[in-house]
Design a protein around this ligand. Structure first.
Ligand SMILES: Cc1cc2nc3c(=O)[nH]c(=O)nc-3n(C[C@H](O)[C@H](O)[C@H](O)COP(=O)(O)OP(=O)(O)OC[C@H]3O[C@@H](n4cnc5c(N)ncnc54)[C@H](O)[C@@H]3O)c2cc1C
Length: 269
């Protein structure tokens, strides 16, 4: 079936179209959805383009970052104010993919993709979505849990800037440098008086979407980041995980190597 490609006049206009037409889909970089359409796996009769909707702005001020949904991985890498995200964005696909792949699209990417979403979950990001009935802001964790039924347009993600050195990211791949994740781990480890205060740890490829590792967070909270705390965290590393078996790794392998890589991340290795 032929597909109609349209530009919307505004984000609200795009959201109204998506809500009204079941086979209309929003297209940002198109690295996933155009592939899906071409392979016949995603039935679409209308593509609503993100171009010209003003979703590509980045604002870093007052200790917060707000990143527009149409900002690409390449734009993140080019922005020195977002340098803490370099280890994440630089490992998403190759240069051609990073030029197209957007922040908003990454929130919908199925596991084992969605590496930026893992980082944003650890950073405590909120997502602002334009729906047919107005604009709403929700916690990324809730957004990810409900994303399959989302009909709105993501405008942006926003989060508090991490303190210097408090954010860490690790991606395990079988094919370097541009493979999909065997698993990924992002951790926000702020300290107060030498102890972890406000730990947030997230995993990618360990469940159908990015997930929080709450048992790990609890094991670290209030402790200095020493061997005892790291051992305690690694002992509960796999709690809440339900990884898939896919061409990159088996569920068994993912569960078994996760504690090893968590220890490496926490030790700063
Ligand atoms: C060769 C290759 C390698 C890749 N490697 C990685 C990788 O290493 N890590 C990784 O995380 N991903 C990877 N990806 C997947 C993908 O490129 C990224 O996840 C990318 O961020 C998706 O963004 P996009 O703009 O291309 O999404 P699109 O394909 O445009 O859209 C994907 C989905 O998100 C929806 N969507 C997009 N933007 C919005 C919005 N603003 N509001 C509402 N819905 C929206 C679309 O409707 C669609 O359902 C790879 C893809 C390819 C083809």
């Amino acid at each position: 079936m032929a597909v109609q490609v349209v530009r919307a006049d505004s984000v609200a206009d795009a959201a109204a179209t998506l809500a009204a037409e079941a086979a209309a889909r929003f297209v940002a970089g198109g690295t996933l959805i155009v592939r899906g359409y071409n392979s016949g796996n995603v039935p679409i009769d209308k593509m609503v383009l993100s171009d010209g909707l003003g979703l590509d702005a980045v604002s870093v001020q007052g200790g917060r970052a707000e990143i527009g949904a149409a900002v690409t991985m390449a734009a993140i890498l080019a922005n020195p104010e977002l340098a803490f995200l370099t280890p994440v964005a630089s490992e998403i696909g190759g240069p051609a993919v990073r030029t197209m792949a957007t922040v908003g699209g990454n929130l919908f990417a199925r596991s084992p993709y969605g590496d930026l979403a893992v980082a944003l979950l650890a950073l405590g990001a909120e997502v602002t979505v334009e729906r047919a009935d107005g604009t709403t802001t929700l916690d990324l964790e809730k957004f990810l849990a409900e994303r399959a039924s989302e009909k709105g347009v993501v405008r942006s993600v926003a989060f508090a800037l991490p303190a210097e050195g408090a954010f860490r990211f690790l991606k395990v791949m079988r094919r370097h440098p541009h493979g999909a994740s065997v698993l990924s781990i992002a951790a926000l480890l702020p300290t107060s008086a030498g102890k972890i205060s406000g730990a947030r740890v997230a995993y990618g490829a360990m469940a159908p979407t990015a997930i929080r590792a709450r048992a790990v967070e609890e094991a670290l909270e209030g402790k200095p980041l020493d061997e005892a705390a790291i051992d305690a965290a690694c002992a509960v590393a796999t709690e809440g995980c339900s990884p898939a078996t896919d061409p990159y790794a088996s569920d068994w392998y993912r569960l078994n190597v996760l504690p090893v890589h968590l220890a490496r991340l926490l030790k700063g290795a």
